[in-house]
Design a protein around this ligand. Structure first.
Ligand SMILES: [Zn+2]
Ligand SMILES: [Zn+2]
Length: 262
């Protein structure tokens, strides 16, 4: 199907949903139950069931110690021991499971863009170490390729980054980082393939802004699975003058965590 046809169908589906919304009470994107007036897209029960990334966890990559065997929060784990030194810390308020995974899917694949505001608000509340908190100065979303952006119509990472920027009171550089080429979907690849897939897939657009020089950036995405995408972004950003990058995602994938235990 060509892009125009697909957009046409998406447009009709959206119009149908808008039309239905006028007659039906708003429903939760996860459980389809009815929403209270103050809820934005997901009900309070589904939020309360979202699995949190619990303490104690690795001080650097934020993986809960239950998945790594690291005993104390002030220790680091083997998972992040081989990461680039410029990739400073990662945080995610939730584990990619249950209702948290359902929210990621609703936003990314079912077009529930209104979820990004509250998801981003909760991401913005995640805390890094004191040094990182003091340093981060600019928010950068992980970009989609032009092809995927045409297919989906929006970049979920950018919507989340907008909300994080608003709640953290930091500037957003939405177009700073760009995807050089279309990469295969990471979800279907093994960890080693992921790294090969995204290596050199990103570049900093045009002349890097003065604000990038020596800055500590906060890279935002929906899910962190392996750090392959993050490391490829860090290479591009630090190659263009940034001093360090920390990563904030809504959820942390469990598949990798489970793999560590084996
Ligand atoms: Zn619900
Ligand atoms: Zn770690």
């Amino acid at each position: 199907m060509d892009g125009v046809g697909r957009r046409g169908i998406d447009g009709s589906a959206r119009r149908l949903r808008d039309w239905l919304d006028r007659f039906l009470p708003p429903a939760c994107a996860v459980c389809a139950g009815s929403l209270a007036r103050r809820d934005s897209g997901v009900c309070q029960l589904c939020w309360s069931r979202a699995p949190a990334c619990r303490f104690p966890r690795c001080r650097r990559c934020g993986i809960p110690s239950a998945d790594t065997g690291v005993a104390a929060t002030d220790a680091t784990c083997l998972e992040c021991a081989t990461w680039l030194p410029y990739l400073r810390e990662c945080r995610a308020p939730y584990v990619m499971a249950g209702t948290a995974a359902a929210m990621v899917h609703a936003l990314k694949y079912r077009g529930w863009k209104e979820l990004a505001e509250e998801m981003g608000r909760r991401m913005a509340a995640a805390r890094f170490s004191r040094e990182v908190e003091a340093e981060v100065a600019l928010i950068v979303p992980v970009p989609l390729s032009a092809t995927r952006l045409r297919e989906r119509g929006f970049n979920q990472a950018e919507l989340l980054a907008r909300s994080v920027a608003k709640y953290r009171g930091l500037p957003l550089a939405a177009d700073l980082l760009q995807r050089r080429r279309h990469t295969r979907r990471q979800a279907r690849l093994l960890p080693r393939q992921r790294l090969r897939n995204v290596r050199s897939a990103f570049e900093v657009a045009g002349e890097p802004e003065a604000e990038l020089a020596s800055a500590h950036l906060l890279l935002v995405d929906d899910v962190l699975t392996t750090a392959a995408t993050a490391e490829a972004c860090v290479r591009a950003l630090c190659g263009a003058g940034a001093r360090a990058v920390s990563v904030l995602t809504f959820a942390r994938a469990r598949r990798q965590l489970a793999g560590k235990g084996g």
